[in-house]
Design a protein around this ligand. Sequence first.
Ligand SMILES: *[C@@H]1O[C@H](CO)[C@@H](O)[C@H](O)[C@H]1NC(C)=O
Ligand SMILES: *[C@@H]1O[C@H](CO)[C@@H](O)[C@H](O)[C@H]1NC(C)=O
Ligand SMILES: *[C@@H]1O[C@H](CO)[C@@H](O)[C@H](O)[C@H]1NC(C)=O
Ligand SMILES: *[C@@H]1O[C@H](CO)[C@@H](O)[C@H](O)[C@H]1NC(C)=O
Ligand SMILES: *[C@@H]1O[C@H](CO)[C@@H](O)[C@H](O)[C@H]1NC(C)=O
Ligand SMILES: *[C@@H]1O[C@H](CO)[C@@H](O)[C@H](O)[C@H]1NC(C)=O
Ligand SMILES: *[C@@H]1O[C@H](CO)[C@@H](O)[C@H](O)[C@H]1NC(C)=O
Ligand SMILES: *[C@@H]1O[C@H](CO)[C@@H](O)[C@H](O)[C@H]1NC(C)=O
Ligand SMILES: *[C@@H]1O[C@H](CO)[C@@H](O)[C@H](O)[C@H]1NC(C)=O
Length: 557
Amino acid sequence: MSFTMLLTCILALLSLSHLNGLHAIEIEPNSSITAGSNSTWKSPSGDFEFGFYALPSGLFLVGIWYGRIPETLVWYSSTSVEPNSQIQFTSAGQLVVAHPDGSIAQNIFSGAASSAQMRDDGNFVMKNSNLRPVWESFNSPANTILPGQTLQSNQILYSKGKGDSNYSLGNYMLQMQRDGNLLLKAYHWSDPAYWYTSTLTPNVSLVFNATTALMYLVSGNRITYSLSNTPPTSVKDYYHRATIDENGNFQQYAYHKRNGTEWRRVWRAVEDPCRVNAICGVYGFCTSPSNESVKCECIPGYIPMDHQDVSKGCHPPAVINYCAEINFKLQVFEDTDFQFNTDFFRLANVTFQGCKKAVTDDCNIVAATYNTLTSTCVKKSLPLLNARNSSSSKGQIALLKVPNTVESGTFEVPKNKSFNVRVFLKVLLAVTATLACFFGAFAVYYHPFTQRLTRRTKRHIESCEDGKNSEDDDLVLSNWILRCVVSRKLEVVVRHDSEVLNDFKRFEEMALVGLWCVHPNPAFRPSIKQVMQMLDGTVEVGVPPLVHDLMMVGQGL
Ligand SMILES: *[C@@H]1O[C@H](CO)[C@@H](O)[C@H](O)[C@H]1NC(C)=O
Ligand SMILES: *[C@@H]1O[C@H](CO)[C@@H](O)[C@H](O)[C@H]1NC(C)=O
Ligand SMILES: *[C@@H]1O[C@H](CO)[C@@H](O)[C@H](O)[C@H]1NC(C)=O
Ligand SMILES: *[C@@H]1O[C@H](CO)[C@@H](O)[C@H](O)[C@H]1NC(C)=O
Ligand SMILES: *[C@@H]1O[C@H](CO)[C@@H](O)[C@H](O)[C@H]1NC(C)=O
Ligand SMILES: *[C@@H]1O[C@H](CO)[C@@H](O)[C@H](O)[C@H]1NC(C)=O
Ligand SMILES: *[C@@H]1O[C@H](CO)[C@@H](O)[C@H](O)[C@H]1NC(C)=O
Ligand SMILES: *[C@@H]1O[C@H](CO)[C@@H](O)[C@H](O)[C@H]1NC(C)=O
Ligand SMILES: *[C@@H]1O[C@H](CO)[C@@H](O)[C@H](O)[C@H]1NC(C)=O
């Protein structure tokens, strides 16, 4: 065998093995895929497909998914397009998404590639004429990394939106920071992070090892931190992926390649799902008894911003003055805590009662937690984030000023929109009620009706007073009104004034509520709730007792 023949053989063998090794199926320029046609660019083994992923809405996403198991997107671009749009690997070597009319919806790669491959590891690679990769899906990840993929310094995975087919940008990110720290954060909330590796060496990347399916951080050639420690199921028999999910957790899953039925979790970053920051929004309350699912409610006394989706957060029923104890009840919640890093002020070595007092006395404070083991009382800053009753809040006692203006402890989610109106009215009513009590006396004395009436007093007083004169003193005015009300003669006074008559019933009621509020015996003064009920008509506003009796006596009845 001549040397040249040998060389040719070797070269042929090399190129064969080369081809086998890469499982290369080349996609040439001037190729396209049409949305709705079912055609895809498959990897040689059929494990992965690149193409248009059909959404339930009838629109399509450009994506990469598993070809042999129920579709799971491992890469996608958030732009959705209509049927008959095209993915075009143009003659010029670009990769673009075009609308049916030919206009460009998205540029995926705008350089000049001469070939492309969907590879068996899930990476879609475009190469130039020197066979150097010029674009890889592994280098612009969405929410998932795959074995063999590396999250380089400064790269980010973003969670997808909430809901099965919602691939819009979600609320959470996994960031491989330049400083070497890998962290999970709720980036809308200037959140420093709710999970992090504290690995502060420069030039760190997150490696998802293709042979062991373990994830670890590498600095230079050195492993500086292991995320998953025990080797999960083998890469030979299982598909693996690591995804930041819509609830902000970073988890590794495995799916048996031949007889699997579902993705099984093999590792997760955050053990307590309620530890994910802002998972239930502002003033939300997270419960997770099993460390698995998350349930969002409002903290007691607060109202959901969106009744269809309580996890968007809640708001207080009104602007509450937390200096006045009449406005709130301090309630105690066992095994409940708030976000760990919003500590406002820490009191060491106090008793539970001391903590309660410190919270009640502090107008700026709405909530605190008490740790029985360390006897510390920690006041929380506003807005309250991450109120939770879950595995990581065991042993903490939360103290919360629950506003009186709505029934406390109502967690129920109303179904229809009309509730909003009712809440609004209730809030208005609560404000009115507070004002009524605050200004009860003023209302009685200085209400325009009253003043108008006062002017008429001279003319009409006899009709209520049965001839008695009571012009002596301002104080007498409330008695005078009361007398008129009791003897149901107030209307007589205003019978010539149609404007007053129109709203007469209301005025009479307000006058009575005011009288209740300034009752000489504090025990008879109504609570805000009762005042609200009086004003919204649930409770009939009677003539205050004692006063009534006095009046009767005074009238000699
Ligand atoms: C692209 O492909 C179409 C047919 O699929 C062909 O008609 C056209 O000439 C090709 N263009 C180039 C520049 O190769
Ligand atoms: C695509 O596949 C689905 C299900 O396999 C089939 O119902 C549909 O007719 C196909 N569409 C086209 C254009 O081939
Ligand atoms: C999709 O998710 C985003 C972010 O979580 C959310 O704002 C949006 O309302 C969701 N869309 C639908 C249709 O659920
Ligand atoms: C993956 O792990 C194997 C076995 O520990 C090791 O030999 C290999 O170098 C690792 N691969 C990478 C890319 O680090
Ligand atoms: C970072 O690490 C990569 C490989 O791990 C190396 O090629 C690169 O030179 C390093 N950069 C710096 C700034 O150290
Ligand atoms: C899959 O089937 C094989 C036998 O066909 C069995 O040994 C294996 O345990 C099965 N794996 C799973 C995950 O069910
Ligand atoms: C939840 O996680 C915590 C912390 O990892 C653990 O102590 C607890 O046993 C778990 N609870 C359940 C029900 O799995
Ligand atoms: C917190 O959860 C525990 C166990 O699930 C329960 O016993 C306790 O009552 C809860 N506390 C509150 C305030 O909901
Ligand atoms: C806590 O307070 C008690 C009584 O006030 C005192 O005896 C004790 O030394 C204090 N402990 C600390 C750690 O300050």
